[in-house]
Write a protein that binds this ligand. Structure first.
Ligand code: SF4
Length: 246
């Protein structure tokens, strides 16, 4: 039998129960503090499925939103529909401006992101950052599934910070390991992207994501043609105005 992401990664490591309780507490407190004005932006990756499950199973008043970049895998789109049916929730879809996408494509042709970091960042700005800014408009807090262990660029992700627009940005899985994430998914029977079972630990847009080989870094399959230091799409690289204690 082929290994699955669960058989490969799920482990109940010391401190898991405390980390899980802390995560739930952060979500409950933020939902109360920002009632009606808080959103969880999900990419439908494994971490984001943990947060979705916590929000849905505890009935937390946190809106769910995702960026429909127009470049997602069929497996990701199928999961989006499956998650809505499974939990009985609606996930807001935020798409880039169609005319701007057409202009960009006609100006730069096929796979512009492979030609330079600047073009890749321009594509991310168009397909991700601009729709994200609309998704966050009018909201005072947002939740992400960032973990410190994911990459060097994320090594210091705080549980809570304030973004450049003055919104609270929560990363309640900041101290979770990959083993914790898959332990939760296994224990709670959480639906997940089938690409994870095909060695895609991190899933983004189809042209910019590949499977990794055993031993490779979990982010190695993202923008693999770029230097490690350039490999963020900009959603989480803006300077934090301040950090709050856990
Ligand atoms: Fe464009 Fe790739 Fe960024 Fe998606 S991840 S927005 S396809 S450059």
């Amino acid at each position: 039998m082929n290994p699955t992401a669960i058989t490969l990664h799920a482990r109940c490591n010391p401190g898991y129960g405390e980390r899980l309780a802390h995560t739930l507490r952060q979500l409950q407190q933020a939902a109360g503090r920002h009632s009606g004005h808080i959103v969880f932006t999900t990419s439908l990756g494994a971490e984001d499925m943990v947060i979705t499950d916590l929000i849905a199973s505890h009935g937390l008043p946190i809106a769910l939103a995702t960026l429909q970049t127009g470049q997602l895998h069929a497996e990701t789109l199928a999961l989006l529909a499956r998650v809505e049916a499974f939990y009985g929730v609606t996930i807001e879809r935020w798409a880039p401006d169609a005319e701007a996408v057409l202009r960009f494509e006609s100006q730069h042709g096929e796979l512009p992101m492979r030609r330079s970091v600047d073009l890749r960042k321009a594509c991310c700005a168009l397909r991700k950052l601009e729709p994200l800014s609309r998704a966050l408009a009018g909201r005072s807090a947002w939740v992400t599934g960032l973990r410190r262990e994911q990459s060097g660029a994320r090594a210091e992700v705080p549980f809570s910070s304030v973004d450049e627009q003055g919104r609270q940005k929560l990363s309640p899985l900041a101290d979770w390991s990959q083993a914790d994430v898959w332990n939760y998914i296994a224990a709670h029977d959480v639906p997940y992207n089938e690409l994870h079972d095909r060695f895609f630990p991190s899933i983004g847009c189809a042209p910019c994501t590949r499977a990794v080989t055993p031993g490779e870094d979990v982010r190695a399959g993202r923008w693999w043609w770029e230097q490690e230091t350039a490999k963020e799409c900009g959603l989480h690289t803006r300077r934090n105005a301040s950090k709050e204690a856990a």
